[in-house]
Design a protein around this ligand. Structure first.
Ligand SMILES: Nc1ncnc2c1ncn2[C@@H]1O[C@H](COP(=O)(O)OP(=O)(O)OP(=O)(O)O)[C@@H](O)[C@H]1O
Ligand SMILES: O=c1ccn([C@@H]2O[C@H](COP(=O)(O)O)[C@@H](O)[C@H]2O)c(=O)[nH]1
Length: 243
């Protein structure tokens, strides 16, 4: 992929932010204001640098994961609704940080909570994006048994986005989980079918399938490295491309 100054590589992007990455390693706080500020300033820099429309889906893994709570005995749908609420907390924190950076921003929630967020309305969200406003999609899909990765794939499909950028705790897609296998090998590019067939758990298979069906490439990159969000949104090749 090459970047030209006159035509941005991506017109409309869905940026999936890891919830887990919002927590500082070793801290008791689920959200690090410093990390959120850094992310917000990188998003601002990307907007300043180019004409890119940015929708954000934020995960909830810094607070809660429904599947883990369910494995410990909690009813799965209830556990999943708790997880979706967690994403709303992260969305509000990010909204505050973006506004402090002077970035126009709204939160749209898939579960109605009008005191803190607009309800998710597809056409309104699309208009916000077209006007240059960052839209943070909170509360996942609004349905249990899904993930925020699937939410990113879904919102990207609905919004006609060019790409899903998954900013996470690893720097790409490997042939096995690099956190468990130090000998894991990273791919520069990989196809959706291989990710699904080999059960590469960097994203769930529903998310891979939805992107595949709608021809939306996915870029997986390391959120922990300063400047990566700005680079990725600017079209720099800094992770694994799934297409
Ligand atoms: N084949 C693989 N390649 C890369 N990462 C993998 C692979 N298999 C498993 N993983 C794991 O997937 C994780 C990223 O996916 P996951 O959805 O769990 O995180 P996240 O996006 O940070 O989530 P959350 O938003 O829930 O906090 C990585 O931290 C990595 O350990
Ligand atoms: O559409 C959705 C999205 C999320 N959930 C629940 O929220 C948590 C946190 O999301 P992550 O993708 O793990 O960051 C998730 O574990 C689910 O429990 C959901 O139910 N539906």
């Amino acid at each position: 992929m090459s970047q030209s100054e006159s035509s941005p590589v991506y017109k409309r992007v869905i940026l999936k932010l890891s919830g887990e990455a919002l927590r500082e390693v070793g801290s008791q706080d689920n959200i690090s204001p410093e990390i959120v500020e850094r992310i917000a300033s990188e998003i601002r820099a990307a907007k300043d640098a180019g004409d890119v429309e940015i929708g954000v889906v934020v995960g909830g893994g810094n607070f809660w994961r429904g599947a883990s709570a369910s494995a410990r005995g909690m009813d799965r749908p209830t556990a999943d609704y708790v997880g979706m609420m967690a994403t709303v907390m992260n969305a509000l924190a990010l909204q505050g940080a973006l506004e402090a950076e002077g970035v126009e921003c709204v939160v749209q929630s898939a579960i109605e909570m009008r005191n803190v967020a607009e309800p998710f309305v597809r056409r309104k969200a699309s208009r916000h994006l077209a006007a240059g406003t960052v839209v943070i999609f909170a509360a996942g899909t609004g349905n249990p048994f899904f993930s925020t990765d699937t939410t990113a794939a879904l919102r990207a499909s609905e919004m006609g986005a060019d790409v899903v950028m998954k900013a996470t705790m690893v720097d790409g897609v490997y042939d096995s989980d690099p956190k468990k296998n130090p000998d894991a090998v990273r791919y520069d590019t990989i196809d959706y079918q291989t990710c699904i067939r080999e059960e590469l758990k960097v994203m769930d298979s529903t998310a891979f399938s939805l992107c595949m069906d709608n021809h939306i490439p996915i870029v997986v990159f390391d959120l922990g490295k300063n400047g990566n969000i700005t680079k990725a949104l600017g079209g720099e090749n800094i992770g694994t491309v799934v297409e």
